[in-house]
Design a protein around this ligand. Sequence first.
Ligand code: SF4
Ligand code: MG
Length: 294
Amino acid sequence: MSVATKPVYVDDKLREVRESGRLEYRSKALPTWCPGCGYFSIVESLTGALNELGIPAKDTVVVSGIGCSSRFPFFVNTYGFHTLHGRVLPVATGVKTANPRLTVVAVGGDGDGFAIGGGHLPHAARRNVDLTYLLFDNGIYGLTKGQTSPTSPLGFRTSTSPYDNADQPLNPLLMVLSYGATWVGQAYAGRPAQLKSMIHAALQHRGFSYLHILSPCVTFDRTNRTYSNLNIQVHDLPANHDTTDLTAALREAATPAPPALGLYYQAKRPTLDDALDATIIRAGGAAGAVSATA
Ligand code: SF4
Ligand code: MG
């Protein structure tokens, strides 16, 4: 028996998108990513979350490193900074410290964040810089045409591992939790509603919020982190997971694949801004001097 489906008209869809307010946060430049890349879902989710929270685009800065994912600032209508390879977190820290009233979102890929930029992540996390870091993990270098990255699995075959990858992949969630991040979650580009709600929550957190986003590279990975594999593998964290329990979060992060989605951990701790204010007071300055510079 055939099921009648309601037709979807382009004009109706365009009106719905215009009226949603999301276009306020999208630039006139259309994304240059390959059709089907998971990054489309991420830009849609971030702009949707900013719109839901009513954070003005003029008070938002998106900072990126280098890579396919780091083209991101071109496609949003916020302030943006396309920085050097691996240097997204030092620059984002500087932006936030110079003007703490801004909403700062750092974005980048697994190569940018865990290879050349890997030395910066522990320090942004332990300082609890009040920003959101969206890490787009496709387990490959996409921009340079498909080489193994720090999160490529064992046995993965690429142009730089024609006899299969022999390097153990990093476990980013375990690392970031142990570095002292105060908000750690995982989402999947193929689940856009959940992704948007997690970005929404990460933006609301005061402190260093880290969202690990599993995102397929449809051009250079046809075997591993594909939509068809991830759609089967991903599942939610247990309903009774205690997000205030660091040991429970570490245990979940250390569990071998398949990957669990959701909020692993959150905690309250003074931010870098708080620490700088306290230092200024100890040195004889005025309270709130850091935020007063904004
Ligand atoms: Fe996305 Fe891969 Fe294309 Fe880069 S190469 S835009 S990561 S699909
Ligand atoms: Mg990558």
